[in-house]
Every structure is written in C-alpha cells, then in structure tokens.
Design a protein around this ligand. Structure first.
Ligand code: FAD
Length: 118
C-alpha cells in the first residue's frame, strides 16, 4: 500500500469525496431553505466541471442530465447520492449499497445499533 502522505489517487480521492457528500446529505435539513437548496445544487453541479478525475467527472455529468440532483430534502438528497454512487459501483464491479434511509443513516450518521462505532 502507498504511504498516506502521497497525493490522492482515484480511489483515495473517491473515498474522501463520497464521505464528504454522503455525510453532508445525512445532515442536510428535512426542509431546506431556498438558499440551502440553491447552494447544494451549485455544489453538486460543480462536480462535473471541477472534480479532478476527468473520466469520473464526465460520467457524473452524463448521469446528472437524465437524473438531476434531488435537493428537496435530506431523504431525497441521500437517496439521489446513493443511486449515483451505486451507478459507479456497478460500473466498477463493486457491490451495490441498499439505499433505504435507515441503512444510509446507519452508515453515515448514527452508526450501528450495537454501539460499535460509539
Ligand atoms: P467507495 O466506493 O469509495 O465507498 C466508500 C464507502 O461508502 C463504502 O465502504 C461503503 O460503506 C459506502 N457506500 C458504498 N456504496 C454506497 C452508496 N451507493 N451509497 C452510500 N454509501 C455507499 N472511480 C473510477 O475508477 N471510475 C469512475 O468513473 C469513478 N467515478 C467517480 C465519481 C464520483 C462522483 C466519485 C466521488 C468517485 C468516483 N470514483 C470513480 C471513485 C470510486 O467511486 C471509489 O470511491 C473508489 O473506487 C474507492 O472505492 P472503495 O471500494 O474504497 O469504496
């Protein structure tokens, strides 16, 4: 394995980015204000333009044309991101994640009920 002071490769960057996006979605308001929605939309729409893995960025941009981001609520955003991530998982031959909100909250917000992450 590479030392962890190396510049991020596609995998390390991807894990960090998914952590940021899923966690931000997990704490996004149930009823976002127009300003919060607009800012989230800008954040997501920036990715196909700025994400520093160009083939990742262009795949995402294509997907966002047919499946525009759902910034209407915490639930909608968490689910939309999960589906986007699953699309990448599928393309890379990785396992799909169950996009039920309980599973997403367990992974990104609350941790498992056995307390192992407390
Ligand atoms: P990751 O896929 O990084 O997942 C991290 C953790 O998230 C997992 O351990 C799991 O607990 C959880 N998780 C998994 N799936 C979901 C889900 N659907 N919803 C919620 N949580 C989930 N790599 C490429 O090689 N080609 C690409 O085109 C590409 N496109 C990308 C596009 C974007 C927008 C991003 C952010 C990353 C992209 N990547 C791409 C990187 C790739 O998705 C992975 O991050 C990388 O391969 C490392 O994978 P990993 O197995 O460590 O887990």
């Amino acid at each position: 394995t590479r030392p962890d002071n190396c510049p991020p490769d596609v995998e390390v960057l991807g894990r960090a980015t998914w952590t940021f996006l899923h966690t931000t979605a997990a704490y996004y308001p149930e009823k976002p204000t127009p300003t919060q929605r607009a800012n989230m939309l800008m954040l997501l729409k920036s990715l196909p333009v700025l994400y520093p893995c160009s083939h990742c960025a262009s795949h995402l941009g294509e997907n966002m044309k047919t499946s525009p981001p759902d910034v209407s609520s915490r639930y909608g955003l968490s689910r939309w991101l999960c589906l986007q991530h699953n699309e990448v998982n599928e393309r890379l031959g990785k396992k799909k994640f169950d996009c039920a909100i309980e599973k997403l909250d367990e992974r990104w917000k609350d941790g498992p009920s056995d307390g192992s992450c407390d």
